[in-house]
Design a protein around this ligand. Sequence first.
Ligand SMILES: Cc1ncc(COP(=O)(O)O)c(C=O)c1O
Length: 419
Amino acid sequence: MGDIFDKILKNPGPLGQYAKMAHGYFAFPKLTGEIGPRMFFNGREVLVWSLNNYLGLANHPEVRKADADAAAQYGLAYPMGARMMTGESDLHEQLEQELAAFVDKPAGMLMNYGYQGIMSVVDALLGRHDVVVYDAESHACLVDGVRLHAGKRFVYKHNDMESLEKQLEHARNVTQQTGGGILVITEGVFGMSGAQGNLKGIAALKDKYNFRLLVDDAHGVGTMGPRLGGTGQEQGVQDKIDVYFGTFAKSFASIGAFIAATPEVIQFLKYNTRSQIFAKSLPMPLVVGALKRLELMRTRPELKDNLWKIVHALQTGLRDVGLNIGKTNSPVTPVVLTGSPQEATHVVFDIREKRNIFCSAVVYPVIPKGTIILRLIPTAVHSLDDVQYTIQAFAEVADKLKNGLYNKEDFAAGVVPKF
Ligand SMILES: Cc1ncc(COP(=O)(O)O)c(C=O)c1O
């Protein structure tokens, strides 16, 4: 008989296998100081491009004041208990209504965390006779939600409408037998590539295949659309989204999440989403804080204008110096380079230590071997000087990489891990 802990030593997991070399630098780095474009890493000031603080609300003085006042007034405990039991309040309900209106839907449901919330919503919506069809690059929380489903599931190639149609045909064949329905799941903006989900293309198939559409718009709410109400608003198909998901973890710079849909769907979800029924209500400072953030999104057009000014300057500038930023059509800006994982570590080290720029790097096994993605997240509080400095630095680094210099360079032993 074995011990379930035996495997922990033998197999630390696909990411855990790198923990020894990566911990504290490439994984779990500590950024200190006030949240914004300038923070501290290992005691040095760095220009930060890795936080989803799109609108710069994390450190907005009015937001900080609203958060602090609400914490002083309510503390972190109120209201105690799950919403259904003792955790309901007028302000929770008000926030739900305002969030729903913000994304052009009639009703809303707050959730205490996005990940568990959306997972559970997928679970609640699907019965065993139903079929789920989802994009291959869906976020882990959606995949985990799909894993809870006892019926059939089909995955379609990322943003590929031909592949989606093929899977919808399979789904239709199944539901003709079972009598169930079909749920299609995509993201509004894919957080790694920055590509918008093809919501228009998906919506165009609704009549033919008679499915419901769930959109995880974690990166789209507060960044996309004429009124920041999301990617469906951006593509003119918000009304085709049956279940809309947004999180407070990004543009809202807080914690919590929400679903928006028809009153019937919301009523059903309030009574059937297990991760919310059996978990504590969102604390009041987070609710009051979210109301303030929403108010600013609605009334301060300069937040959106500043964000998109920086997005356009950064993306145009990177393209102009010949860098590949993939298929992004959102603020998420991946710089796609070619090199080994070892070269990637040297690139990141060069950018962080010598150029004082902090951005996230993604390498194998998260993406295919030989590709390095440096992901930049522009925000409303970056400056055009920050953009210029970063473009120049990235152009130089890409040039060094192309010329094989990161294979030769003698980086401080012990600081850059060897793969
Ligand atoms: C696409 C997507 N969906 C869901 C989540 C989970 O949201 P939360 O951080 O609120 O748990 C994230 C990450 O924050 C995300 O990027």
